[in-house]
Write a protein of this length. Structure first.
Length: 83
C-alpha cells in the first residue's frame, strides 16, 4: 500500500515510522534536535511550497508535508482497517 504525502510524493506504507504534527518541532527540545540533525544529514525533504503541517518519518527520509497529520493518519488507518 502507498500513502500520498502531498505534491507528487508517495511512500510505501512499510517505510513509515511516524507521523507528527508540525507543532511538535516547536514544543519539544528533542524534536528540535532531531529535525536539526536530519537537516544537517540532508535527509529532510520539504514537499511543495506550502507551509508544512506535519512531519513524516520514514526509514531513510524525513518529510515536511503540507497535509495535516490527522489526514495522513486517517489515510494510514484506512489501509490497516482494510487488511
Amino acid at each position: 500500500m502507498y500513502i500520498h504525502l502531498g505534491g507528487e510524493r508517495i511512500i510505501r506504507s512499510s517505510e513509515l515510522i511516524a507521523i507528527f504534527d508540525i507543532s511538535i518541532e516547536k514544543s519539544s527540545k528533542i524534536s528540535k534536535k532531531f529535525v536539526n540533525h536530519v537537516k544537517e544529514e540532508k535527509t529532510l525533504v520539504n514537499i511543495g511550497e506550502e507551509e508544512p503541517k506535519s512531519i513524516v518519518v520514514t526509514k531513510d527520509t524525513v518529510y515536511y508535508s503540507p497535509i495535516s497529520s490527522v489526514t495522513l493518519k486517517k489515510r494510514v488507518n484506512v489501509f490497516y482497517t482494510n487488511i
